[in-house]
Design a protein around this ligand. Structure first.
Ligand SMILES: Nc1ncnc2c1ncn2[C@@H]1O[C@H](COP(=O)(O)OP(=O)(O)OP(=O)(O)O)[C@@H](O)[C@H]1O
Length: 339
C-alpha cells in the first residue's frame, strides 16, 4: 500500500471549499510535490492528512492508517514527520527545551546530526527567534525521530538561500535512504530540483499529476535565433512550432552595441518560438539563413505552471481529473479568505 493515498478527499469549511475529490497516491521513496496558487487547498490537504481536521467526504490513509481514525493515526505518528507552514511554539521556553520535549514524545534518533545542518540558537527563548530560526527548529523536530514519511507545508519558507539549498540537498539524500516526501510549494525551481512527480491543485481540485520530466518534455524547448535578412514567419510553420515571434533587430532592442553589432542589427531578424518537435527539420529550416545566434533551452517550469495557474480561464489547459473535465467556472470568492 502506498505510504499516502487519498480517495475523493473533500474538505469544506462550511460553504467554503477547501479541497474536493482529491485522489492520488504517493509511492514509497518518492518526492511528491504539491503545487498550487494561494488558496488552492494545499494546507487544507496537509492538515487533513495529519488528522488535525476531519474530511467532509472521501478519505485518505497515511502508512495504512485511516485519517478518520485518531487511534490508528496515533499509532503511525512515530513514523511520520510533519513540518507545518508556519511553525508556532511555546515562545517562553528555549529551543532546547522544546526539542527535549518533542524528543520525549516522538523519540530522538538524530537531532545532533540535524543540528549540524540546521542550527537555531537553542539556548535562547523561542520568542527571540527569527522566522528562519523557527523554521530550522521545526525542521529538526520533523526529522529528529527519523520518520519514514515526511509531510511538509512549504518547507523552505523563511530559510535563507543557503539553508534552502541545504534542505533540498538533505531531502535528496534522505530519499536515497528510502524516505517518502509529500510537500507543498510555490517555488518551481525547488520542485524541479527534488520532485519526482508533481500534483497541481487549483481551486481545490487536482488539475494535473505528472512526473516533472514529462511536464517539461510536453512543454517543449524555447528556441531563440538571430538570423540574417528578413524572415517570413510562414517559413517556420513546421509541426511543433508554437508562439512564434519575429522582430527585426533594432526595433525593440535599445542596445546600441559596437560597430559590428550595429551592422548585424540592420540585417538581422530575431525569432523566438516554442518547439515540441524533432530538432532536425527545425534546424534545416533555420539553416536556410545565416545564423548569428542560436539558443535552445528547456521551457521554464514557470510557463508550464502558468498554463495551469493562469488567472484567465481561457489560458488554462483543460483541467482533467479522473478522465472528466473539471468545471473551471468555479467561484473565486473563497480564495480571498485568509487561512
Ligand atoms: N479554517 C478555515 N476556515 C475557512 N476557510 C478556510 C480555512 N482554511 C482554509 N480555508 C479556505 O480553504 C481554501 C484553501 O485554503 P488553503 O489554506 O488550503 O490553501 P493553500 O493552497 O494552502 O494556500 P496558500 O498557498 O496561500 O497557503 C481557501 O479558500 C481558504 O480560504
Amino acid at each position: 500500500m502506498p505510504p499516502i493515498q487519498t480517495s475523493e478527499l473533500t474538505k469544506y469549511y462550511g460553504d467554503v471549499r477547501g479541497v474536493e475529490d482529491l485522489s492520488f497516491a504517493v509511492e514509497e521513496g518518492e518526492v511528491f510535490g504539491f503545487l498550487g496558487p494561494n488558496g488552492a487547498g494545499k494546507t487544507t490537504t496537509i492538515r487533513t492528512l495529519m488528522g488535525f481536521q476531519s474530511p467532509t467526504g472521501g478519505t485518505a490513509t497515511v502508512l495504512g492508517a485511516d485519517i478518520r481514525d485518531g487511534a490508528a493515526l496515533r499509532e503511525v505518528r512515530a513514523d511520520v514527520g510533519y513540518l507545518p507552514s508556519e511553525p508556532s511554539f511555546n515562545e517562553n521556553v528555549t529551543g532546547r527545551r522544546l526539542l527535549d520535549y518533542h524528543g520525549s514524545l516522538r523519540g530522538d534518533i538524530r537531532s545532533d546530526e540535524m543540528l549540524e545542518l540546521f542550527d537555531p540558537p537553542l539556548d535562547r527563548k523561542v520568542r527571540e527567534y527569527s522566522r528562519g530560526n523557527k523554521q530550522m527548529l521545526a525542521i529538526v523536530m520533523a526529522f529528529m525521530h527519523d520518520p519514514d514519511v515526511l509531510i511538509m507545508d512549504e518547507p523552505t519558507s523563511g530559510l535563507d538561500p543557503l539553508k534552502q539549498e541545504q534542505l533540498l540537498e538533505f531531502i535528496r539524500t534522505e530519499q536515497q535512504r528510502g524516505k517518502t516526501f509529500f510537500f507543498s510549494s510555490h517555488i518551481l525551481s525547488e520542485v524541479r530540483k527534488v520532485c519526482d512527480r508533481v500534483a497541481i491543485i487549483r481551486d481545490g481540485h487536482l488539475v494535473e499529476l505528472e512526473d516533472v520530466e514529462s511536464l517539461l518534455d510536453r512543454s517543449g524547448k524555447i528556441v531563440r535565433a538571430r538570423l540574417s535578412g528578413d524572415l517570413d514567419p510562414d517559413a517556420l510553420a513546421l509541426d511543433g512550432v508554437h508562439d512564434i515571434e519575429v522582430s527585426s533587430d533594432g526595433s525593440e532592442d535599445g542596445d546600441e552595441g559596437d560597430g559590428e553589432t550595429a551592422i548585424a542589427k540592420s540585417e538581422a531578424t530575431s525569432v523566438t518560438f516554442t518547439y515540441t518537435g524533432a530538432y532536425e527539420p527545425m534546424l534545416r529550416q533555420l539553416l536556410e539563413y545565416e545564423i548569428f545566434d542560436l539558443t535552445i533551452e528547456e521551457a521554464p517550469l514557470e510557463d508550464v505552471f502558468m498554463r495551469f495557474y493562469g488567472e484567465n480561464p481561457a489560458e488554462r489547459v483543460e483541467a482533467v481529473e479522473n478522465g472528466k473535465p473539471v468545471d473551471s467556472e468555479i467561484e473565486e470568492g473563497a480564495e480571498e479568505a485568509d487561512v
